[in-house]
Design a protein around this ligand. Structure first.
Ligand code: GLN
Ligand code: ZN
Length: 758
């Protein structure tokens, strides 16, 4: 039989089946492993990953996708791009310096970390100053050699492309991009030459920044980068890899002098296939066809995939078709083995990294002449999953239908409900409040653990939580805050807490993915229709309210944040799932209101995370995201005050959407980017309440009264004091009590000062 389609992978999860990567890293940081032991442990983990992929029948196995922390940091360090504050003197960057850049050390703060495109992975932002880039080491080459020597693998080195690397970096104006690129080109060329000399056949050059949209100047830059590389390193096969969305304009991208182009056929909305059908495929290029979803955890419908590959094979010769996941498998957990707590029909519907590679190999086998009978098991598993009654509930569908013909907004517009709310709440000017959570102390975490393990009865645990609430209320009253919170002591995590109480969720045992560095998260999974079961927050809110005459805010996580921080079923649109969550939360809000909780905060810190990568798609997303929020909140009485909270500082082009959420008050992060942020609200004539995050809760430092007062008066210079609330910039759960009390005391004092001045 002649082998036709090639099977490839773009990246394998680093963390290991049992998170051994994380454990090794943390043991090293804690001084429990010396450097030699650390390196050898890490090598063993890498070898395991390679052999898993080899056994799965992957032909183009990625090397250099592995890292000790982050692949963007690796790239910066490899080129000697170290910010001056670390006192770097040139040469190879040692582990101390490497981790100092990632995590900070006694002398210098850590580098900024930010989200990797629209995923929950975070990378370290390179700071490019006037350093001269140098190849301090050739990490892909080392990985290539290691794979060859120790695993007998002819690996496919993966590198971060120059264009994307620079797009993700800071330290120079965007207009300088071509100049900075010219400085880096020689080292990229050197790196690739060394790989070629060593005998590497294919190199995967990741350029996901392409999918964020290209202007003419950027296309030109790509042409010049890849033109120069092709001229300097002829014969080395480059596979220019895009993912997460469609690569546009494909017409131009197809003319780049690279041997292969990798495209995502799962998250492109069909645009990549349509473009190839329109343009045809150049006879001399390979297509890396991302057909298996690398972002989600569900078993693929292999019949659908076969149909897709069939269409591609009609346009691209099979010999030039590489079948692969849509992106690196970094974004999914390692293996479903061990998920023995789930019912069969659900467990069999899951596919993590190893299972996805097995799917790829099954596809390859069928496509390369094998019998379709091989798909029987996969088909049966999918059919069983689809047949689960909870996946398609009549009552949930009916609820969604009731939205039709219902008003989409609050009963009264803001301007009309504002006087009613003023009268009802009688708050002072510049009211003070907090964002919701108070310190999750060791005591709180231990109590929860004891309760979960059954050591503590429900009664005892409830009593403990009540006591925490009592203390928090007393503290807040003593501090003189105007609007109180119950403290969220009963919650581990703001999404998990709701997922555990809603229908439609499941929780895996080992579904961990890397969030940043050694930090892993285990997102809850929406596998069926989401529906309300019973009150989730009423008991605690009501208890807190019974202890004080001051208003206590009810506290919920919003529908879009719940959606964006979960793994979501892939048979419904995200919009539809968000609507289901929104309707479930609407019940909760109703229950709170009925219980007399009439100030309710619905947090949406993750609304921005769901933004599509291309600006042209933002509006559609924001429309349904914002509508989901309104579905949750728009049924309350005009006097009920709806708050929301968002953490991030980049509100660029979002103010109108925020306004369309129609929340009475929004609290935002402002302490780190004060001026800019307020200005953007001013520009759009934002008329609703704004809670000003006057201090940064991410550090234990207690800000002085004067510092916060300055923050407040700066804002008051541009916006109406009647609009303002004063609060920290996020929840306080990661802080300790002493600094929390001290900081809030200063905050209240700063608010009092400000009131005297206006
Ligand atoms: N209410 C939440 C808290 O205070 C909000 C957290 C967040 O914005 N990430 O913890
Ligand atoms: Zn926040």
């Amino acid at each position: 039989m002649t082998q036709k389609f090639t099977l490839s992978n773009l990246g394998y999860p680093r963390i290991g089946k049992n998170r051994e990567w994380k454990k090794t890293l943390e043991a090293f940081w804690a001084g429990k492993l010396d450097e030699a032991a650390f390196r050898s442990e890490m090598e063993t983990i890498q070898l395991q990953h390679w052999s898993a992929q080899k056994e799965a029948g992957i032909e183009l196995i990625p090397v250099n996708d592995f890292t000790f922390y982050d692949h963007v940091l690796d790239t910066a360090v490899m080129f000697g791009i170290v910010p001056p504050r670390y006192g770097y003197g040139g040469g190879e960057v040692d582990l101390d310096l490497y981790f100092a850049m990632a995590r900070g050390n006694a002398e210098a703060t850590a580098s900024t970390m930010t989200k990797w495109f629209n995923t929950n992975y975070h990378y370290i932002v390179p700071e490019i100053g006037d350093q001269t880039p140098r190849l301090t080491t050739n990490k892909p080459l080392e990985a290539y050699r290691l794979a060859k020597a120790k695993a007998g693998i002819e690996g496919k080195p993966v590198i971060l492309g120059l264009y994307t690397f620079l797009k993700l970096s800071k330290g120079f104006p965007a207009s300088e991009l071509p100049k900075v690129a010219a400085r880096f080109l020689p080292v990229y060329i050197q790196l690739l030459q060394e790989l070629k000399q060593e005998g590497a056949a294919w190199v995967q050059v990741d350029e996901p920044a392409i999918v964020t949209g290209l202007e003419a100047a950027e296309i030109k830059l790509l042409e010049s980068i890849y033109g120069e590389i092709a001229a300097a390193v002829p014969g080395l096969k480059l596979l220019l890899q895009t993912y997460f969305e469609a690569a546009e304009p494909l017409e131009q991208l197809l003319t780049l002098p690279v041997q292969g182009l990798g495209l995502d056929f799962v998250h492109d909305g069909g645009a990549n296939l349509a473009a190839i059908e329109r343009l045809g495929w150049p006879a001399d290029k390979w297509l890396g066809a991302g057909v298996i979803d690398g972002r989600n955890i569900w078993r693929a419908d292999l019949d659908d995939k076969l149909a897709l590959v069939g269409k591609l094979a009609a346009l691209v010769p099979a010999e030039q078709l590489i079948l692969q996941p849509s992106c690196s498998l970094l974004h999914v957990p390692v293996t479903v083995q061990g998920e023995d707590k789930l019912k069969d029909a659900v467990r069999q519907a899951l596919a993590f990294a190893d299972e996805k590679l097995a799917e790829l190999s099954l596809l390859g086998a069928v496509l390369n002449g094998g019998s379709r009978e091989a798909l029987a098991e996969s088909r049966a598993a999918l059919a069983a999953f689809r047949a689960l009654p909870e996946r398609r509930r009549q009552d949930v569908a009916q609820q969604a239908e009731t939205l039709q013909g219902q008003r989409d907004w609050r009963g009264l517009p803001y301007a009309e409900r504002l006087p009613l709310q003023r009268q009802k709440w009688q708050l002072p000017l510049l009211p003070t409040t907090t964002i919701g959570s108070f310190p999750q102390t060791v005591e709180v975490r231990q109590a929860r653990l004891k309760w979960r393990k059954g050591v503590w009865s429900q009664e005892r645990y409830d009593g403990f939580i009540r006591q925490q609430i009592e203390e928090a209320i007393t503290i807040q009253e003593e501090l003189g805050l105007d609007v109180l919170v119950h403290g969220e002591f009963e919650r581990t995590d703001m999404v998990e807490f709701f997922g555990e109480q809603l229908d439609g969720y499941l929780f895996t045992r080992g579904g961990w993915v890397q969030s940043y560095g050694s930090r892993c998260v285990k997102p809850p999974v929406i596998y069926a229709d989401v529906a309300y079961v019973k009150p989730m927050t009423v008991k605690e809110s009501l208890y807190a309210q019974s202890l004080t005459k001051l208003p206590v805010k009810g506290m919920l996580t919003g529908p879009v944040t719940i959606l964006n921080w979960s793994f979501v079923r892939d048979d419904l649109s995200r919009e539809e799932v968000a609507r289901q969550i929104a309707l479930a939360l609407r019940h909760e809000i109703q229950a709170l209101e009925e219980a007399g909780i009439e100030m309710i905060q619905v947090d949406e810190p993750a609304i921005r995370e769901g933004l599509p990568l291309k600006a042209k798609d933002h509006e559609h997303y924001l429309n349904w995201a914002v509508r989901s929020f309104r579905i949750s909140t728009n049924q309350v009485k005009p006097t009920t005050q709806v708050h929301t909270h968002m953490c991030y500082s980049d509100f660029n082009n979002m103010i109108d959407s925020i306004s369309a959420m129609d929340a009475d008050v929004i609290s935002i992060e402002t302490s780190r980017s004060h001026g800019e942020l307020i200005a953007s609200f001013e520009e759009r004539a934002y008329d609703k309440g704004i809670g000003l995050g006057v201090y940064d809760i991410h550090s234990p430092r207690v800000p002085a009264v004067a510092e916060m007062a300055a923050n407040i008066s700066r804002a008051l210079r541009v916006l109406d004091p009647q609009q303002f609330w004063i609060n920290p910039d996020c929840g306080l759960k990661t802080r300790g009590w002493p600094e929390t009390i001290a900081a809030l005391r200063n905050m209240v004092a700063a608010a009092e000062e400000a009131r005297e001045q206006v």
